[in-house]
Design a protein. Structure first.
Length: 349
């Protein structure tokens, strides 16, 4: 009797897998020294697939359902094992289960800024992060390319590889989309769509399907963001000299307030608190003149600001140097620089 019990334990009648919720993607049924009984039962639940591997080769793939393991349900395995000659014998084969449900909220992000080509800025460095969801679509391919003969393979085991795929393809996704960075940053859905288009075939190469991709944030490094803010500010005033001087004055006042007149710019180090107040008064005049579209009035108010603050020739030269820096950074065009330079040089005549 004991011998019969021992023999029975060597035959497997039911093969199934109940997921434990630990993020397992692939799990090998524990065979030990046991063999599968001919006519045994295979249960594959919804959100699962099962793969039979015999002598290192994938023999059959099963979707959800209950199967009786016979020569009819395992035709490939029947051929490999010559069941036509030994039909009633049990057989030994490895059985792997794969979870095909969505693996959601997988994080991705740029640890360091990455450099991309851009239609507006030429080249910029950006940071971005978000999440994505995927599932196993081709268990046979996933088995041969990724999970192999391991007892189990988890989402955590795959995490680094998938993060790397996302980062590797960000630059290509933006370049292929042809969408400027500013448009991508303003419409994160477009950014996500561009990434999905680029990544879908890459995921497919290892048996995965990319279900969703989200971009939660896109940003520039601080130093580039400051330059972008200046460019946006200049874009608002355009080529109008009066508005440009208003913009410059508005940019200078906070520096005077912080440093008690010690900042650089139009008035230089010689300006004190009184000069800052004078500039504040004239700024109000400039703004009123700009709203009325009176460019001549704005220029006159600017001249008054120069007189009130005690503008000197060296101060005008300092302003020209600052304009030259803006041109070198691409914030001002050559035409804008030439126009503003000519206007400032008139003050030295």
């Amino acid at each position: 009797m004991a011998l019969m019990d021992f023999i029975k334990k060597q035959f497997i009648d039911i093969i199934q897998w109940t997921e434990t919720g630990d993020g397992t993607l692939a799990w090998r049924f524990p065979m030990a020294e046991m063999e599968i009984q001919n006519g045994g039962s295979l249960t594959v639940r919804e959100s699962q697939m099962a793969v039979f591997v015999n002598e290192g080769k994938v023999a059959d793939v099963f979707g959800p359902g209950i199967y009786k393991l016979t020569t009819q349900t395992l035709p490939v395995l029947t051929y490999l094992k010559n069941w036509d000659k030994l039909f009633e014998s049990p057989f030994k084969s490895d059985v792997y289960f794969f979870s095909t449900r969505q693996q959601i909220d997988q994080k991705w992000g740029t640890p360091q800024p990455i450099t991309i080509r851009d239609a507006d800025f030429g080249a910029i460095r950006l940071r971005a992060f978000g999440n994505f969801a995927f599932r196993i679509a081709d268990p046979k391919l996933f088995h041969t390319e990724i999970s192999g003969t391991r007892d189990s393979y988890t989402v955590q085991d795959l995490d680094g590889q998938l993060r790397g795929l996302v980062l590797q393809n960000i630059s290509n996704a933006i370049a292929a989309s042809g969408i400027p960075f500013l448009d991508l940053a303003a419409n994160q859905l477009k950014f996500a769509e561009a990434l999905t288009t680029q990544l879908t075939p890459e995921f497919g190469k290892i048996g995965l399907k990319l279900e969703t991709m989200t971009v939660q944030n896109v940003s520039l490094p601080e130093e580039l963001q400051k330059i972008l803010d200046q460019k946006i500010g200049m874009g608002m005033v355009g080529n109008d000299m009066g508005k440009f001087m208003q913009y410059q004055t508005a940019q200078a006042i906070p520096k005077f307030a912080e440093g008690g007149g010690g900042g650089s710019g139009i008035a230089g180090d010689a300006m004190g608190l009184g000069a800052g107040v004078a500039l504040g008064q004239v700024l109000a005049q400039n703004l009123a003149a700009g709203l009325q579209g009176n460019t001549a009035g704005a220029a006159a108010a600017t001249a008054a600001a120069a007189q009130a603050a005690g503008v000197k020739p060296e101060d005008v030269m300092a302003t020209l140097e600052k304009l030259g820096e803006l041109k070198a950074k691409g914030i001002l065009t050559q035409e804008e620089f030439d126009a503003k330079k000519a206007e400032l040089l008139k003050k030295l005549v």
